[in-house]
Design a protein around this ligand. Structure first.
Ligand code: HEC
Ligand code: HEC
Length: 594
């Protein structure tokens, strides 16, 4: 027995780091768990609500099969007690008015984790790579599911009957827990059956509940973003908390005039229904803040981050989102990349992360700039991101051919290195649209003014106020805070020349993800596919991209839609017309090792 153990352990270790799934690229063990699940203060929805909610389309539990949104599953463990997928976080809310309610959010890893499969099996999990996560699909499904639950009393009651049976997750003050253990189960079952009654006192209870729900729906939903309090020493806290409690507890299902003595006990649980409805509506309103009209659906692996930021921060200047971009791989930020984003618009980590956190669901009170962002955790996530390394080509994709790769290296030196290698490829040099000719929308939208003011000049005061409100310094350190003069109008409209380590691990390509594989990127633009399927993870180790023939189409990328053009990065300047097909394959071989 003991001997066999050793043999097994030995054979596992011999497989070594290049064996796909056992390969890690900078983060392992508890650090990796932290990268996957540390909250940055984005707060989508209470965990208990999520666990009780059913999906509007399928009728199945919302939390079942989160892969449909492109989440990567992650098993339960000491650092992931709820078994949430990679990039999903659960932490007590920072809104102290709702002390201890555990809120679900997302962090960096939801977008920046690539999983490549081969033969239907996951082969490589590349931390920091582009995930096929569709944040918009997730948000809108959550909204529709919450809305459907609110709109349909039967759905609502079923939801609450599941909700009361959910554990509370954190230690509430015992007095506040209305129903625990066996009683919770009983109450849940009781609520579940409430609308079954056809006559007698039970029917009266059901009618009364219908009335209460109708009345509640006529009231304006409660605005969670106003009066946000995040610091325990804030003198406003007491007042704000009692205001919220009063609103919530005014759900008086035991209204004495209609209910008789014998129905009183029966009706007690209905306070739960109205309270839950009240909170559910409030959360739905908060979710709606992140909803913007969409011209070009991002699909899997993309988001229009700057378009969303513009609409959230300047709602009166909002427009439809038309420039979704791919989540870039971020294992470059340790050694090579200094200027961040597809158009190299910042080197401030603090600003970048604050904008990002607000963009993906941190709650902000736009009057006081109080927000739920956890700046300490953002710093930790940033430190973890700085440890990411490019992954190594896994053997399961086939051995690389060193001779062919060496030939490819020569082509790279000749045609590609001037833009993609060396100190100049740190994200600072911007390749002008006039030569590059890739889709202009992403950069043009950011260069456009907001009410006559340049976007970053308009955005900076808001981000600074948010950072100051959290008690942090914004001035003084240029590397932490980007002075807005960095974005001069004379900065060319275009995209940055960036380093390409392990670029094979993060398809599809270009800032908007419009080219499915590296082979096609080396062809002239007109020869590339006009439409292709995205969302699946089956990898094509020949052309270096996700397969063009997946078992099913999850989302069809259409390069003819606004913002989706696959033109550019083509012609003699970019080598595509100078390479013979043999040379292309040599270059591909080299890129596997680069
Ligand atoms: C909803 C998906 C999403 C989440 C969550 C997210 N990012 Fe990103 N990230 C993006 C997108 C999209 C871009 C490119 C934006 C652009 O340039 O338009 C980006 C860009 C970056 C960049 C610049 C990289 C480069 O190559 O220019 C860094 C660094 C980065 N993210 C780190 C993080 C960190 C750290 C977190 C968590 C604290 C995070 N991201 C959370 C989607 C996301
Ligand atoms: C004149 C500068 C220049 C040259 C030469 C050049 N590129 Fe690029 N490359 C860029 C720019 C700028 C982008 C970003 C364009 C975009 O995202 O729209 C880019 C994007 C890419 C990408 C996509 C990266 C990603 O994460 O999506 C790859 C891959 C790439 N280039 C490979 C090559 C190869 C291989 C060569 C040589 C055959 C080459 N490039 C030649 C400037 C150049």
């Amino acid at each position: 027995m003991t001997d066999k153990w050793w043999i097994l352990a030995l054979s596992l270790s011999v497989m070594g780091p290049s064996h796909g799934l056992t390969q890690t690229n900078g983060l392992a063990g508890a650090d990796r768990d932290t990268w996957y699940h540390l909250s940055q203060g984005t707060e989508f929805f209470p965990l208990r609500f999520l666990l009780a909610l059913n999906d509007a389309d399928s009728g199945e539990p919302f939390m079942k099969d989160l892969e449909r949104f492109g989440f990567v599953p992650d098993p339960k463990g000491p650092n992931n007690p709820h078994g949430l997928p990679v990039g999903m976080t659960a932490d007590p809310t920072r809104d102290l008015r709702f002390r201890d309610i555990v809120m679900v959010g997302i962090n960096c890893a939801a977008c920046h984790t690539a999983v490549l499969e081969f033969g239907g099996r996951p082969i490589l999990r590349a931390d920091g790579g582009t995930n096929m996560f569709d944040a918009e699909r997730f948000r809108s499904a959550l909204m529709r599911s919450a809305q459907k639950t609110i709109d349909n009393p039967i759905e609502l009651v079923a939801f609450v009957s599941r909700l009361v049976r959910q554990p509370r997750h954190v230690s509430f003050d015992a007095k506040e827990v209305l129903f625990t253990g066996p009683l919770a189960k009983k109450v849940g079952e009781r609520i579940e059956k409430v609308f079954d009654a056809v006559d007698g006192p039970e029917k009266r209870v059901a009618d009364k509940l219908h009335d209460l729900i109708r009345q509640e729906l006529q009231e304006k939903p409660f605005d969670l973003t106003r009066g946000l309090v995040t610091r325990p020493e804030d003198p406003k806290l007491q007042e704000a908390t009692s205001k919220v409690n009063a609103r919530i507890k005014s759900a008086d299902a035991m209204g004495s005039s209609i209910l008789t003595a014998e129905t009183l006990l029966e009706a007690a649980p209905f306070g739960e229904v109205i309270t839950s409805l009240r909170l559910l509506r409030a959360r739905l309103e908060a979710l709606k803040v992140g909803g913007h009209p969409i011209m070009t659906p991002p699909g899997f692996g993309r988001v229009d981050a700057f378009g969303g930021a513009r609409n959230t921060l300047f709602p009166d200047k909002a427009g439809p989102l038309d420039a979704p971009v791919r989540y870039p791989f971020i294992w470059t930020i340790k050694d090579t990349l200094t200027w961040y984003h597809w158009d190299g618009n910042t080197k401030s980590r603090l600003e970048r992360n604050t904008g990002e956190a607000l963009g993906v669901g941190a709650v902000i009170d736009t009057e006081t700039f109080e927000s739920t962002i956890r700046f300490g955790n953002l710093a930790s996530l940033e430190q973890l991101a700085m440890r990411l390394q490019p992954p190594v080509w896994p053997k399961e994709f086939g051995e690389t051919d060193p001779k062919k790769a060496a030939e490819g290296a020569k082509h790279f030196k000749k045609f590609c290195a001037k833009c993609h290698e060396g100190p100049k490829a740190d994200g600072f040099i911007i390749d002008s649209l006039t030569t590059l000719k890739t889709d202009p929308r992403r950069v043009q939208n950011v260069r456009r003014t907001v009410g006559g003011v340049r976007f970053f000049d308009a955005q900076s005061p808001i981000l600074k106020a948010t950072i100051r409100q959290a008690g942090l310094q914004v001035e003084g350190d240029k590397n932490v805070w980007r002075p807005s003069k960095d974005l001069e109008p004379k900065l060319p409209e275009g995209y940055a020349n960036r380093p390409l380590p392990a670029v094979w691990a993060s398809p599809p390509y270009l800032h908007n993800g419009s080219v499915p594989n590296l082979y096609q990127l080396l062809l002239s633009a007109e020869k590339r596919d006009k439409t292709f399927s995205v969302g699946h993870r089956e990898y094509d180790p020949e052309h270096l991209g996700y397969t063009l023939k997946p078992a099913r189409t999850m989302f069809l990328f259409d390069t003819r839609r606004p913002g989706n053009s696959n033109s550019g990065h083509s012609g003699p300047e970019y080598g595509t017309t100078c390479l013979t097909d043999d040379q292309r394959w040599e270059l591909i071989e080299y890129l596997k090792t680069h």
